[in-house]
Ligand binder design. Structure first.
Ligand SMILES: *[C@@H]1O[C@H](CO)[C@@H](O)[C@H](O)[C@H]1NC(C)=O
Ligand SMILES: *[C@@H]1O[C@H](CO)[C@@H](O)[C@H](O)[C@H]1NC(C)=O
Ligand SMILES: *[C@@H]1O[C@H](CO)[C@@H](O)[C@H](O)[C@H]1NC(C)=O
Length: 316
């Protein structure tokens, strides 16, 4: 009896997981950038396939430290280099899911292309290339996604924003320095912080570089992103800036707790992907109602099934 129940619960949860994956794939959670021209070598193509599966399988074999992993498949001149970086606050499971999604999506968005960068919900950034790029800072392409709204108290807000941004950069640097004794190519270049603006207003910030950057290059990368926000979108109630090597984000709510949902932002200033997340309410609706109906129906069927089984036993 217990065994049947277990199997049944497994079937239900598998169904729900599949449903979840499907609805996720419908939204535009990715930003990508293809470069380097078409692939002309079959050897590179097969090295690239090996590389991408090495990235997605890294969770089985390696201890993924600081959400970072890199690998090389094959040899020059056909070597494929690849890496991913997950945000410092997400779980390993979320990281794995993000890397798998990104690795799949990048092949659809950059088919037969030598080099590509893709981000998944800005939680994961993944890159592959036919050129060695580890430890090299790459600030372009830069995706700046500002919130469309501005604060109503810029005179109070802006100085505190500057303070928060500076503190974050310093903290990332000091985390990087203190973690680099263990492994100089896998640093903890991540920090979160908050600052009070008024009694009821607080800014929450997050900054991170890929773990293979030098501390000085990381600092430079983050300053570039913060400058971009400060120059073009000063006083917005939130923004995120994603490039290959670093990530900066701030909001008026605690954004670094896992599972925070983000408010809609105005369309990205820089290519590609101009879709905003207007479909989200529909998606949320579906992802709540449909599974609920499935669960309720399943329970009814299950109870019916169990009852019949009992009756059958009694008859035996
Ligand atoms: C790694 O784990 C995933 C999921 O558990 C599995 O699908 C995959 O085949 C595994 N890969 C290797 C190389 O063991
Ligand atoms: C990972 O990157 C580091 C440099 O950041 C490099 O020394 C190392 O060889 C890379 N590992 C692989 C397997 O490519
Ligand atoms: C910083 O980045 C530049 C440009 O990518 C690179 O040439 C340099 O080697 C990097 N410096 C360090 C210390 O990693």
């Amino acid at each position: 009896m217990g065994c049947i129940c277990e199997v049944f619960i497994k079937i239900i949860s598998m169904f729900l997981i599949c449903y979840g994956l499907k609805t996720n794939a419908l939204t535009d959670d990715f930003h990508s950038f293809c470069s380097g021209g078409p692939i002309t070598s079959n050897t590179y193509q097969s090295n690239l396939n090996v590389l991408l599966s090495s990235l997605t399988n890294s969770f089985n074999e390696t201890i993924v430290r600081n959400g970072y992993y890199n690998d090389t498949a094959g040899r020059k001149p056909n070597a494929a280099y690849g890496m991913y970086q997950c945000r410092g606050y997400i779980t390993l499971e979320e990281c794995r899911y993000g890397v798998e999604s990104a690795a799949k999506e990048v092949l659809l968005r950059c088919p037969n292309i030598k080099q590509a960068i893709i981000t998944y919900k800005e939680l994961v950034v993944l890159k592959f290339s036919d050129q060695l790029f580890f430890s090299i800072m790459q600030e372009k392409p830069l995706f700046t996604l500002p919130n469309a709204k501005s604060v109503t108290n810029p005179d109070e807000f802006n100085p505190q924003f500057d303070r928060l941004a500076n503190d974050l950069v310093s903290e990332v640097a000091s985390n990087g320095v203190s973690s680099s004794t263990s492994s100089s190519t896998n640093k903890r270049l991540f920090a979160t912080r908050s600052i009070d603006v008024t009694r009821s207003q607080k800014i929450y910030g997050l900054a991170q570089c890929t773990s293979d950057l030098s501390v000085s290059n990381c600092t430079q990368c983050l300053r570039g992103e913060i400058d971009d926000v400060g120059k073009r979108f000063r006083g917005r109630i939130g923004a995120r800036v994603i490039c290959m090597s670093c990530f900066f984000r701030y909001e008026l709510y605690p954004l670094y707790l896992p599972d925070t949902t983000s408010p809609p932002f105005s369309s990205p200033m820089i290519p590609p992907s101009t879709k905003t997340k207007r479909k989200i309410s529909l998606k949320v609706l579906f992802s709540i109602i449909v599974p609920s109906v499935i669960v309720v129906l399943s329970i009814i069927v299950f109870l019916y099934f169990c009852k019949r089984k009992k009756v059958a036993k009694k008859i035996d």
